[in-house]
Design a protein around this ligand. Structure first.
Ligand SMILES: Cc1ncc(COP(=O)(O)O)c(C=O)c1O
Length: 431
């Protein structure tokens, strides 16, 4: 039995998994050209609109609005739907904080719903019980790029008269029943932040098939929106609304994407399909191997999840199959073997400092009841998300899946190596 790398042995893998982002000289040249040209803002230029058209066509939506971040896209989506002030929005407890802060910032109240521990996505069977007379929307997150059960979510939305905003920050190129994620609900929101499968360091996009939501989103994302609304093809010619210079009809903000960012994204988009296919192939191969391993359970893959973008690969760790080796020690041991497992979200959102600071920051943003939070956010509200955060979840990030099949096999080899020495690793951590 070979010695684990954490205890001084040779690692299974000594070269890192593929680096991210992928960039070449032509990308640098394309950005340099825009920078030299001096038209850096979207108004009066065409590049941002061209990228909007390309990405919305790729994902399969009628309209796309590029913005400065994924968090901004979510906030804008909720504003564009004109939901009643203080209304409730159902949010999965297992997601990035932006999903919930966007709700508060749009003057709405997040209500957390537990996830299905087998898929890590919002459990649609829990929607009916979470709906109240004040619920106005559902905000499902396609966590890691694996599709939520959109048939069940849309059905619940129709039955209760709710709008649906998809958080597709992880889901570039991912599909539900062969439809692009982010195009099924009323609005879908993407992030182009540095870790994402399509990235320019920062950025976001809102997709919709609804012309009215698109127009509202334009109005809220840009104080100069009249210029964009007059365009279609002549972006930025106008100023504000026709004939109403310096008269602002909306409580808007500025979230316009700059041109050099759009050009970089357009270059990156040309690589996305091949990368997404590669990740999906490698992810399915790894899951097939993990299914045969005791104590490592990959996510359930429902038939409707026709393509997983593998922004985050998730599996559930059972310490009992590793002689009680705690997850954190397992991760350390695997990292030493060259496999970059991570624990992922440390807390479900209802247990984060913001939602526990009931008299402070939460009260500052609470949109009803005179600023006194009237949703509990208690321990035990979402037991599956609580347990998965604290002891069971393992993440691998998207760049790992740009590797070869051999790279997937090395993950399994490293897991089995650590299992064989689990007793030694447990004892060593007790010293
Ligand atoms: C699920 C989810 N939603 C929203 C966002 C927000 O995106 P951004 O960082 O571009 O604001 C992220 C970013 O990591 C995310 O993971």
């Amino acid at each position: 039995m070979s010695r684990p790398a954490l205890l001084g042995g040779q690692p299974v893998r000594s070269t890192p998994y593929p680096a991210w982002p992928v960039v070449d000289e032509a990308d640098v040249q394309a950005v340099a050209e825009v920078v030299r040209g001096g038209r850096w803002g979207r108004l009066g230029a065409t590049q941002v609109h061209e990228f909007e058209k390309a990405f919305s066509a790729y994902q399969g939506a009628a309209h796309g609005l590029a913005v400065t971040s994924g968090a901004g896209a979510l906030e804008l989506a909720l504003l564009a739907l004109r939901l009643p002030h203080g209304a409730e929005v159902l949010v999965p407890a297992y997601t990035y904080m932006a999903t919930a802060t966007a709700v508060l910032r749009a003057r709405l109240a997040p209500v957390f719903v537990d996830i299905d521990p087998d898929t890590y996505n919002l459990d649609p069977a829990r929607i009916d019980a979470a709906v109240t007379a004040r619920t106005a929307a559902i905000l499902p997150v396609h966590f890691g790029g694996l599709a939520c059960d959109m048939a069940a979510i849309m059905d619940a939305a129709h039955r209760h008269g709710l709008r649906v905003v998809e958080d597709a920050a992880h889901a570039h190129g991912a599909r539900w029943n062969d439809r692009g994620l982010g195009t099924i609900g009323d609005i879908g929101c993407f992030s182009f932040q540095a870790s994402k499968n399509l990235s320019a360091g920062e950025g976001g996009m809102l997709l919709t098939n609804d012309a009215e939501s698109y127009t509202r989103a334009i109005e809220y994302h840009d104080l100069w929106a009249g210029g964009m609304l007059e365009r279609e093809g002549q972006l930025g010619r106008g100023s504000m609304r026709s004939g109403a210079h310096w008269d602002y009809p909306f409580a808007a903000t500025s979230m316009r994407m700059p041109t050099y960012q759009a050009v970089l994204l357009q270059r990156q988009l040309a690589r996305l399909e091949e990368q997404t296919e590669r990740r999906a192939r490698n992810g399915a191969y790894l899951d097939g191997l993990l299914e045969d391993l005791e104590g490592m359970t990959p996510r359930r893959r429902d038939p409707f999840a026709t393509r997983n973008s593998l922004h985050v690969h998730v599996c559930r760790y059972d310490a009992a199959a590793f002689q009680g080796l705690p997850r954190e020690r397992f991760i350390e041991a695997l990292n030493a073997e060259g496999v970059p497992f991570a624990a992922g979200y440390g807390l479900p959102l209802h247990r984060t400092a913001l939602f526990q600071d009931r008299g402070g920051e939460l009260a500052r943003f609470w949109p009803r009841n005179d600023g006194a939070p009237d949703v509990a956010y208690a321990q035990g509200d979402c037991p599956a998300a609580e347990r998965l955060c604290s002891e069971q979840t393992l993440w691998l990030s998207q760049n790992v899946f740009l590797d070869t099949r051999e790279g997937m096999e090395q993950i399994v080899e490293a897991i089995e190596k650590v299992r064989a020495s689990a007793g030694d690793l447990v004892r060593d951590s007790d010293l």
